[in-house]
Design a protein around this ligand. Structure first.
Ligand SMILES: Cc1cc2nc3c(=O)[nH]c(=O)nc-3n(C[C@H](O)[C@H](O)[C@H](O)COP(=O)(O)OP(=O)(O)OC[C@H]3O[C@@H](n4cnc5c(N)ncnc54)[C@H](O)[C@@H]3O)c2cc1C
Length: 391
């Protein structure tokens, strides 16, 4: 345990994960030095600021549901935590996840599991979907699952800025530099080396470098199957006035939700057209014309006449083993702690994951929520944690 004024934590990556870890370390009473190393202080290309910033409790594994429930509580309490002017634009509104007739049994079982875990999810028949969301075409739909409460969206930049600012106020130091290498000796990371040649000695090293975490960990000679995969977001207007429009996940794979006066949406590229995207931020423009628009018009006929306003691409930090976060210590390098690999659900899980890492460093174990199912052991043994609801 390193909970004393002499201990030094270096966090690699200062976006949402790194900032939550830093802030929670102070909240947990960590009195030593905390240095966050961030190579891009503008945060233009980090996943956090390019994300759709939505939160769901509809997961297939208990740990992910519990992390989301904590995340929702955190978002609801943002003003109590950061003061009355704190504003992250949180809209609490459900995901509506549609499934075909062949999915009904499995989806109903998932809803039972989610409800048992405390999530406020209901299963809707096609008639019930049509009654609540009359602008949707439901002919081919067998089931829709919907979050009555505890799901929604917010502004990720604002949340990150609040946490980062609060961490700085508590004496966390942010350094603008690129981590280039690590000094490893005696089964520990002794220091983090910066591209400019400086070196930061550490007692703990937290890997929160998002999509770059796999490449950085390989510099330590250790496997971490986290790679950048490009995901495009389309921002568009559509002639549909529909108060209460949900975060819609369609059977076709497209998703869309309201944003400001319009909507945002997207679809993953086919698996065989989803390579390592290191350095590539060019949106998948063709997916709008080839896939998204047709699927959207089929599900929401009033959206056939959409007007595309802009699009952007960011990187999912895909954990190729099981598309779930990796949280906790390395098995051989005892002071290397992972906080990465969330594969498209890291913004919503950052409060719970950051808190968990802080608890681990200060108290030697996860005390609020047991995050051990997300441990590095499954990377080492090649044993995925099965998660059935992945986007
Ligand atoms: C299009 C899209 C939509 C998404 N939608 C959602 C959603 O709706 N809900 C949700 O919960 N999640 C969503 N995500 C996923 C979410 O954005 C990520 O899981 C989350 O932002 C990961 O946070 P992070 O801090 O680990 O990574 P990042 O935000 O990428 O931050 C990592 C930081 O590390 C820095 N860094 C990297 N290498 C180095 C180095 N060598 N030295 C120093 N610094 C370094 C980077 O500059 C960066 O700032 C989405 C992602 C994308 C791309």
């Amino acid at each position: 345990m390193a909970n004393n004024a002499m201990a030094r934590v270096v966090i690699v990556g200062g976006a949402i994960m790194g900032s939550f870890a830093a802030w929670f370390l102070r909240r947990e009473g960590f009195a030593g030095d905390i240095t966050v190393v961030e190579k891009d202080p503008t945060y233009q290309r980090c996943s956090t600021t390019l994300s759709a910033a939505s939160i769901r409790t509809q997961f297939g594994t208990p740990v992910n549901i519990q992390m989301s429930l904590y995340g929702v509580d955190f978002l609801r309490g943002i003003k109590q935590t950061f003061g009355p002017t704190a504003d992250i634009g949180y809209v609490e509104r459900g995901y509506l996840i549609l499934g075909g007739p062949d999915t009904v049994t499995a989806r109903r079982a998932a809803v039972e599991m989610q409800r048992a875990g405390g999530a406020d999810i209901v299963a809707l028949t096609p008639d019930q979907i049509a009654a609540r969301f009359p602008y949707l075409s439901v002919e081919d739909v067998g089931i829709g699952t919907f979050g009555e409460t505890g799901e929604g969206w917010f502004d990720a930049w604002s949340l990150m800025s609040l946490v980062r600012g609060a961490a700085k106020d508590l004496g966390v130091r942010y350094v603008s530099a690129e981590v280039a290498a690590f000094d490893l000796a005696g089964g520990k990371v002794q220091a983090v080396r910066l591209a400019g040649g400086d070196s930061l000695p550490c007692d703990w090293c937290v890997m929160a470098a998002g999509a770059a975490s796999g490449a950085l960990t390989s510099a330590l000679g250790q496997p971490l199957p986290v790679t950048p995969r490009k995901r495009t977001v389309f921002s568009f207007r559509a002639p549909l006035k529909a108060p209460g429009f949900p975060m819609l996940f369609d059977t076709s794979g497209i998703w869309t939700r309201p944003e400001g006066e319009g909507f945002i949406g997207g679809i993953q590229p086919p698996a065989d057209q989803d390579p390592d995207a290191t350095g590539d931020f060019e949106p998948h423009h063709h997916l709008m014309e080839d896939v998204f628009w047709h699927a959207l018009a089929a599900r929401v006929p009033a959206m056939e006449h959409l007007r595309l306003e802009r699009s952007w691409a960011g990187h999912y930090e895909i954990n190729e083993l099981d598309h779930n976060g990796i949280v906790g210590p390395h098995d051989e390098i005892a002071n290397l702690v992972f906080l990465t690999g969330f594969s498209g659900h890291g913004v919503m899980h950052a409060p719970a994951a950051g808190r968990g890492v802080a608890e681990f460093i200060v108290q030697g174990r996860f005390t609020s929520l047991d995050l051990s199912p997300l441990g590095y052991h499954r990377i080492r043994s090649g044993t995925p944690m099965p998660e059935s609801i992945v986007y």
